[in-house]
Design a protein around this ligand. Structure first.
Ligand code: ZN
Length: 189
């Protein structure tokens, strides 16, 4: 039978949920909310994030409202495959910083019966789709797109505007470096 030859942990498949949006849209808060709910249900939960994102230290996912949860920082997406054994739920934060292998890793975990919840920026500061996020969104079973509030005009914001002239794709920072902007304020910025 098909299922007996696929190496599945059990006969039920998992799925991929992607939480996306601009900076300051509450992606990490939503990720933490879902993971904590799974923990309350006594499910085995693990959280991973890329090593590049060390804004707040390496062992926690901390959202802007200081709601925190312990996580493991990994150098590459392939590390998650090994570390996620025996998990019921896997959370991945700042997924835009992972290499393209993250797409295959998430798909494999879902096929092994794991619920995979991924949070990441959909676009970089130039409004260009960010790293593996387009492919993750294509492979996702469920997508939640969150919005911030434009820090210029108060409208609904979909873009992360960088306030400095640095051109590097990855510049870590928060309110000192970025602000959420609506379409109009982003392109007229
Ligand atoms: Zn605006």
């Amino acid at each position: 039978m098909f299922l007996e030859n696929t190496g599945l942990k059990n006969e039920s498949y998992g799925w991929i949920e992607v939480i996306t949006g601009s900076m300051f849209s509450g992606k990490t808060e939503e990720l933490i909310r879902r993971l904590k709910r799974a923990k309350f249900a006594n499910l085995n939960v693990e959280i991973f994030k890329p090593e590049v994102d060390n804004r707040y230290g390496t062992d926690k996912v901390i959202s802007h409202d200081a709601n925190e949860i312990i996580s493991t920082a990994v150098p590459a997406a392939a590390n998650i495959r090994l570390l996620a054994d025996n998990c019921d739920v896997v959370g991945i934060d700042e997924a835009q910083f992972f290499d393209d292998e993250i797409v295959r890793v998430c798909n494999d975990l879902a096929n092994r019966g794991i619920r995979v919840i991924v949070a990441g920026l959909d676009m970089d500061f130039k409004g260009i789709p960010f790293g593996p996020m387009p492919a993750l969104l294509a492979k996702a079973d469920y997508i939640t797109k969150l919005h911030a509030i434009c820090m210029k005009c108060g409208d609904i914001a979909n873009y992360s505007f960088r306030k400095t002239a640095i051109e590097d794709k990855v510049v870590l920072g928060e309110h000192d470096t970025y602000e959420a902007r609506c379409r109009s304020c982003f392109y007229n910025g």
